[in-house]
Write a protein that binds this ligand. Sequence first.
Ligand SMILES: C[S@@+](CC[C@H](N)C(=O)[O-])C[C@H]1O[C@@H](n2cnc3c(N)ncnc32)[C@H](O)[C@@H]1O
Length: 177
Amino acid sequence: MVERTFLLVWHTPSLIKPRQPTFNRMDSLARSIQQAVWLSHGLREDVIVKAYFTDGVLLTLTPRDWRGVHVDERSLLGQLNSAREKRTPGIRYEERSFREVLEGVQPPIFLLEEDGQPLEESMLTHSGTFILGGPLGIPEDLGSFLKEYPRVRVGRKAYLASSVIAHLNILLDEQGE
Ligand SMILES: C[S@@+](CC[C@H](N)C(=O)[O-])C[C@H]1O[C@@H](n2cnc3c(N)ncnc32)[C@H](O)[C@@H]1O
């Protein structure tokens, strides 16, 4: 039963070049996926990761359906890339408007931003959707779709999206105990 979704709103098109991980900052995306999905000895079954790109492509990762997906960045990017051509369990690409993406995720929805309100644990239920930007933040033209959601921060500094995801996962794990 999936209980938390991380939606990464990326600032580039969805083109992945596995041999060149920094192209379109997919290294950063791969690290965010790693932190969202892997525990020390296995995959989280209660997480979905979505990434929305500037070319209107939505990537949805459902780790509980994955078979043989690797933890290292290059292999992960290679698998994400080949899944565009070859049907791969747990990895799906589709074209969507941003509005459709937001309508398709589980509430409550939180927008993670370093200048948001302090995130209080009482705001967190075990389920929900957490929206984060990539290295350049959320693209400006999509920001207006997000105005209705609470903007929250996990600290006063700008952290890597992957660090914020790791922090949220641990907080939510504690809530679920
Ligand atoms: C490397 S940061 C981008 C920072 C960039 N200066 C910006 O304008 O958004 C990537 C993403 O991590 C999240 N993030 C970074 N620091 C955060 C914080 N202290 N609290 C909540 N989210 C944070 C935000 O979603 C941000 O878009």
